[in-house]
Design a protein around this ligand. Structure first.
Ligand code: PBG
Length: 322
């Protein structure tokens, strides 16, 4: 009789045959920024996560690096007064986001900084694109995204992350970066980004919810899987270095699909709503938080994501340090 249980008979054997194991090297920790000094503004729908001013951001990066975490993705909270239709503050030299990238790379040159190329934190419409007569304009948005990406590359970004879902943006960004001499700046494209209800806590954190309408004309329909392949083929052809699926947990089939079809690293974004659900259940004592977090991160890796962006990254690093 074939007895698969023989391979589970001890912890040593289970470890010996273990197919997937998450390490801190797989993880990217998102950090939220705000202006001012000595600020630490907790986000109520994301327990354990705060917006940091530049000084505290640097302290947080240092804490994380001591835990072995070295890759960060940054998002800014921008006061309403700095927002306009064209998101022009996004590439303004005085922008706190650009200042924080510079400070992070100056103080910790060995960190990897991933940026967000998107208009929504800076847009008075709260959209990822330029809005005209209720429509999101594709090609006009790309011109703005190119300015954002160049400003971020100048500030020292290692990897830029276009999260907007406009058509043709990866190719356009690659060519402006190359022309400006930034051939070494990588692109982690939000390839299959779904119009998801799981982004709510993030929009609270950034105060970036759309003022009118929703994001369904550019983000993907949660019902579609095959369409993710079209997005992935385009981003691959246009020169993306990583293909990202977002959200992660409700879309592990899409992670696996891209993993099976493409030979560049797949990233998965374990988003704010996924984090908030675990935190809420754990704070009620309904689940064992540590065990659930380890299981979920492992399942994302098992599905084929080499890079896992997660608000649990720091907690994971603390668990591993014991
Ligand atoms: C927008 C952006 C969003 C997230 C990352 N970049 C939200 C959105 O598309 O509305 C969500 C991340 C999360 O929920 O953790 N450019």
């Amino acid at each position: 009789m074939r007895r698969p249980r023989r391979n589970r008979k001890s912890e040593n054997i289970r470890k010996l045959i273990r197919e997937h194991e998450v390490t801190v090297n797989d993880l990217v920790y998102p950090l939220f920024l705000t202006n001012g000094n000595n600020k630490n503004e907790p986000i109520s729908s994301m327990p354990g996560i705060s917006r940091y001013s530049e000084d505290n951001l640097l302290k947080e990066i240092e804490n994380c690096m001591q835990l072995g975490l070295h890759t960060f993705i940054l998002f800014p909270h921008i006061p309403e007064a700095f927002k306009d239709k064209e998101a022009s503050y996004s590439y303004d030299e005085k922008n706190i986001y650009l200042k924080c990238i510079k400070a992070a790379k100056r103080n910790f040159p060995e960190t990897t900084i991933i940026t967000d190329v998107a208009m929504d934190p800076y847009s008075s419409d709260g959209h990822d694109g330029l809005v005209k007569n209720g429509k999101i304009l594709n090609d006009e948005t790309i011109e703005i995204l190119c300015k954002i990406a160049l400003a971020q590359a100048h500030a020292g970004a290692d990897i830029i992350g276009p999260s907007d879902m406009m058509d043709g943006r990866v190719g356009a960004l690659r060519s402006v970066l190359d022309q400006a001499g930034f051939q070494d700046v990588s692109i982690m494209s939000y390839t299959a980004k779904y119009a998801s209800a799981f982004y709510r806590p993030f929009r609270d954190a950034l105060d970036s919810a759309p003022k009118l309408g929703d994001k369904k004309t550019y983000q993907m329909d949660p019902a579609n899987q095959a369409e993710a392949l079209i997005e992935a083929e385009l981003d691959y052809e246009e020169g993306a270095d990583f293909l990202m699926v977002k959200p992660a947990l409700a879309y592990l089939d899409v992670v696996k699909l891209l993993y099976d079809h493409f030979d560049i690293p797949i990233a998965a974004y374990n988003v704010s709503g996924e984090y908030a659900m675990i935190k809420a259940a754990a704070s009620n004592g309904w689940i064992d938080e540590k065990k659930v977090v380890l299981e979920l991160l492992t399942s994302i890796k098992r599905a084929g994501a080499k890079v896992i962006i997660s608000y649990f990254a720091k907690q994971f690093a603390q668990y591993i340090k014991g």
